[in-house]
Design a protein. Structure first.
Length: 424
């Protein structure tokens, strides 16, 4: 557990001096399908699907061990509507563990599990309290003088500022705002329940438990405004340790500690090669880099995206048997760390020959494989028509063919170049 401490005198915000602690989590995304990953490797997709559930189970275990007073989940418990009741039964089981430990749970719906999205239900234990989706609601924990205010999403799209409709702080209580939001101006996030730090401060609460943004972030310290991040990374875009936060309020001073509960991780590794590098040199470089990074893996399964870039003297051999090269790269990784998988191998390599050195007959074909401007858009349009018809449905935010369309055409061009050079 990594301690990150911010000091905050609760009495400055009309709060009684009280002592308690709670866990703030968000974005569990139970039931994530991992479609893009399953196209690449079904076993790897299954591993991360299990890891999503294991992360919640570990969070519940830590909650019980720490004897926290309550747990807050700020949206997206589920990734979407359930195929069957298994995901609901799993969540019910974990909440029942908290119930037996006397730990209440306060949660709300986010964009992925909005009221209009989830059509199936499982009755949850009575220690689980869900905020209304129609208007802001308040739950009180009398013995600790804690007031929790929140509102869930009715629909997947929530473009109005929900925060400004939350009730004013209750004098003499520790006020916690629970909100699923992208806030404003966050690159890569749609404007879900947009709000500013000033909007949150206007409620005069003591702590804001946010969800939706999957990276851990302390947005503000007066009051504490926190995104805990998601419990488990779900794609290469979500690298590094994942978890929740433990918030301790002791005599009016709040401290935030990060709780890492993920069960598998994504990493990226970049390797540069030059014309003088042999295959064995590149593989050794990969092995050394995995060895260097392995101290950060915490013994967890790792899905690695490896990008190899540069001018390659053995490009033609590699192009003729890419599957063999992928296995060699995996073997190099496993020599350094046993529980590692290749999520994707990106080869951004050029052969050690140029168009000028190729036979004249191939020049026109090489030119035809060049892609510029609007051509790339045209290629994208063609592939968008083809991909949904392929087995398994390759519609995913990640490139389903393992590279961008322009990169694929570049690779085809370089493969032709290498083979023409080899043919003399």
């Amino acid at each position: 557990m990594v301690a990150l401490k911010w000091t905050f005198k609760a009495t400055d915000r009309r709060c009684v001096v009280t002592s308690f602690r709670f866990i703030h989590a968000a974005d569990l995304h139970l039931g994530s399908p991992f479609k893009g990953l399953s196209v690449k490797d079904e076993q790897l997709a299954a591993l991360f699907s299990r890891a999503t559930r294991q992360a919640l189970a570990l969070l519940v275990t830590r909650s019980v061990e720490l004897a926290v007073d309550f747990v807050v989940i700020a949206g997206d418990v589920y990734d979407g509507d359930w195929k069957d009741n298994k995901v609901g039964l799993f969540f019910n089981r974990e909440m029942a563990r908290l119930q037996r430990a006397g730990i209440p749970v306060y949660l709300l719906r986010g964009n992925h599990d909005a009221a209009s999205v989830i059509t199936k239900t499982i009755t949850l234990p009575d220690n689980v309290h869900e905020f209304s989706t129609s208007k802001p609601a308040t739950f009180l924990i009398e013995e600790k003088k804690v007031a929790l205010h929140g509102q869930g999403f009715t629909d997947r799209a929530a473009y109005e500022n929900l925060a400004i409709g939350y009730p004013s702080a209750m004098a003499g209580w520790f006020n916690i705002g629970v909100l699923h939001t992208s806030m404003t101006g966050r690159e890569g996030h749609e404007a879900y329940a947009p709000c500013s730090v000033d909007d949150l401060r206007s409620r005069a609460y003591d702590y804001w438990a946010l969800g939706h943004v999957h990276e851990f972030e302390i947005v503000a310290s007066d009051p504490l405004v926190v995104f805990p991040g998601n419990l488990q990374g779900r794609s290469i875009r979500e690298q590094g340790a994942r978890g929740a936060v433990l918030v301790t309020v002791d005599d009016g001073i709040a401290t935030v500690d990060r709780l890492i509960v993920d069960n598998a991780r994504f990493i990226s590794i970049g390797i540069d090669v030059t014309e003088g590098d042999l295959e064995v040199d590149v593989l050794k470089r990969i092995e050394d880099e995995v060895t260097r990074l392995s101290a950060e893996f915490d013994g967890k399964p790792i899905a690695a995206r490896i990008r190899i870039s540069g001018i390659c003297a053995f490009y033609d051999d590699l192009a003729r048997d890419r599957a063999q090269w992928l296995d060699e790269v995996l073997a190099a990784c496993q020599r350094a760390y046993s529980d590692i998988w290749i999520e994707k191998l990106e080869l951004r390599l050029s052969p050690a020959v140029t168009v000028a050195e190729t036979p004249f007959a191939g020049v026109e074909l090489l030119k035809a494989l060049e892609v510029h401007g609007d051509d790339a858009i045209h290629v994208d349009e063609i592939l968008m028509e083809i991909l949904p018809k392929m087995p398994g449905g390759l519609a995913t935010n990640d490139s389903p063919l393992g590279a961008s369309n322009v990169e694929l055409l570049k690779e085809a061009r370089e493969l032709l170049l290498a083979r023409m050079a080899a043919a003399g």
